[in-house]
Ligand binder design. Structure first.
Ligand code: MN
Ligand code: FE
Length: 297
């Protein structure tokens, strides 16, 4: 069994359809694990959540937290899924990695379903949740940042064989896997899970637990993809690109801390916005380390 011998970016057209023999068994195993972890948001009962929400067992601050967390997820789950299939999928020409990407895209659609299911169950104002990326400055700042640092890698003029073209593809993967999924999702997860620990909105919390499990494997796959592309194309991982990415991570961590202030304007659930400084610094360092860079926080 050959492992990691398949070129990840390239013109290996025949290879696209050849799953065996294994060339990236890591991706294949992750695909199998993800399938075994299958879940449906709608299998989780929201009965108690609905009662708690209606009977005012959930405070206004806690309701704000839920709506703002969903507000960011509503835009970004969809953004990640679309980028994956419309952009990343085109350039990753290994069959096993593509298999994982297809599975991941399905999981992103389940995460969209989670948001819709929670909105329906709790009868949330759909306008408020689905336009948060326009109306809440710290959410808008995160979304704007993602779009600002990526380029359209599907444009005709991108030469995917050139060093610059590969660098743009790498930047896209770093932005979506490490900045968005690996950093921008994590304060929201921590806050929503804190609700569940206090026996509040257990249905929401359980769905977030499953979503977090999915996202952890997306990050593991993304990290593998990025590290393998760098290994196979060492010339694209220049000092300049590394410094650029470190800058993006620093900005992302700051944006995430600002977002925590908007979601948690008052201290609730044993959490306050200040705690997210240490937490996000820890996450930021772990993400840098995973792709071979030194701690910066
Ligand atoms: Mn997701
Ligand atoms: Fe994801």
């Amino acid at each position: 069994m050959n492992d990691k011998t398949g070129k990840l970016l390239g013109d290996n057209i025949a290879g696209v359809n050849r799953i065996l023999p294994h060339k990236h068994k890591y991706a294949w195993d992750l695909f199998i694990t993800s399938c075994a972890n299958n879940w449906m948001p709608t299998e989780i009962s929201m009965q108690t959540d609905i009662q708690q929400w209606k009977n005012d067992e959930i405070t206004e601050d806690e309701k704000l937290l839920v709506k703002r967390c969903l507000g960011f997820f509503a835009g970004s789950e969809s953004l990640v899924g679309n980028n994956l299939l419309l952009s990343a999928f085109r350039f990753v020409t290994d069959a096993e990695c593509r298999q994982y990407i297809l599975r991941q895209a399905f999981e992103e659609s389940l995460h969209n379903l989670t948001i819709v299911y929670i909105c329906d169950s709790l009868d949330l104002d759909i306008e408020e949740v689905f336009t948060a990326y326009e109306t809440i400055p710290s959410i808008k700042a995160k979304d704007d940042f993602l779009l600002e640092i990526t380029t359209d890698i599907t444009r005709d003029s991108l030469d995917a064989k050139s060093k610059e073209g590969k660098q743009e593809i790498l930047r896209n993967l770093l932005t979506y896997y490490i900045v968005c999924e690996g950093t921008f999702f994590f304060s929201g997860f921590a806050m929503l899970l804190a609700l569940g620990r206090q026996n509040k909105l257990q249905g929401v919390s359980d769905q977030i637990k499953y979503t977090l499990r999915d996202e952890s494997s997306h990050i593991a796959f993304g990290t593998y993809l990025i590290n393998t592309i760098i290994e196979q194309n060492p010339e694209i991982w220049t000092k300049r690109i590394q410094e650029e990415f470190i800058d993006h991570m620093k900005k992302a961590v700051d944006l995430e801390i600002a977002y925590a202030h908007d979601v948690l304007p008052t201290g609730i659930l044993g959490l306050n916005a200040e705690m997210f400084i240490d937490y996000m610094h820890y996450i930021g360092n772990r993400r840098l380390e995973a792709i071979g860079l030194d701690y910066r926080f």
